[in-house]
Write a protein of this length. Structure first.
Length: 215
């Protein structure tokens, strides 16, 4: 018959054996799991490296102001016959913004051209008369008074031709000024003219060029 002391020793031995068996079973399972996990393939996606632009969008609250504002005014007066652009239109330098009635100025240009042609004809005739008188004066066939008269007529014709040439340039400038043009490229920001109104050198425009934001 087992004594109490022998029974307790036997129970302790059984407990140790069971604990050792459980520890070995757990350790073996963990090792297999680690081995299977290490060899399992993992799906990945690859692509070639390229150089490209990185676009960033920034949202901000501010006031849009122009880096350059130009007020455009007319250099001539007259009835406005055409306004080919509107506020918000993009215009290039030299583009016509307003057309002022140019009928009378076109007539003035034609008159100036006719006067210049007449002055040129008189100048050529006066030059021939003076050269002929100068040649004849060397042989004594023309009096000094007549030679001096032809010389004065020649110089006077030259002055008239110069005046007619200047008058044509002035008439042409006034005709060109009937087309009010943009001095710079930009965006029309202000327009205070309408077709049919009378312009007295107060045609107001504002053209803005290259906007920037400030806040």
């Amino acid at each position: 018959m087992l004594t109490r002391k022998t029974f307790l020793a036997f129970a302790a031995t059984i407990a140790v054996v069971v604990a050792a068996a459980l520890f070995m079973a757990l350790t073996s399972g963990q090792t297999q799991a680690d081995a299977s996990g290490a060899t399992k393939p993992v799906a990945v996606e690859v692509s070639a490296a390229v150089q490209d632009d990185l676009i960033e969008y920034v949202s901000a609250v501010g006031t849009v102001t122009a880096m350059r504002d130009v007020m455009v005014s007319s250099e001539t007066g007259g009835r406005i016959t055409a306004v080919p652009v509107r506020v918000g239109d993009v215009v290039r330098r030299g583009q016509t913004l307003v057309q002022v009635d140019d009928e009378l100025r076109a007539i003035a240009v034609d008159q100036a051209k006719a006067q210049l042609q007449a002055a040129e004809t008189n100048l050529k005739k006066a030059k021939r008369d003076f050269e002929r008188s100068e040649t004849l004066s060397r042989s004594g066939d023309v009096a000094d008074v007549e030679l001096e008269g032809d010389r004065l007529a020649y110089h006077s014709s030259g002055a008239q031709y110069a005046a007619a040439s200047a008058a044509l340039k002035l008439a042409q400038r006034q005709y060109d000024d009937t087309k009010i043009k943009a001095p710079i490229a930009g965006i029309v920001a202000l327009r205070k003219v309408e077709v049919g109104k009378w312009s007295r050198q107060v045609v107001k425009w504002r053209i803005s060029w290259i906007f920037r934001a400030s806040g």
